[in-house]
Design a protein. Sequence first.
Length: 39
Amino acid sequence: MIELRNQIWMEFLCCFAQKTKQEVGELENLILYWSLTVH
């Protein structure tokens, strides 16, 4: 039962990541820029 729940959760995360890949990429660039300017 736990394995099935994890599989559904992973599929949801994959779908979510596909839809928000561009936003996540922009967020990662923003975090990278922020980390470079802070240090």
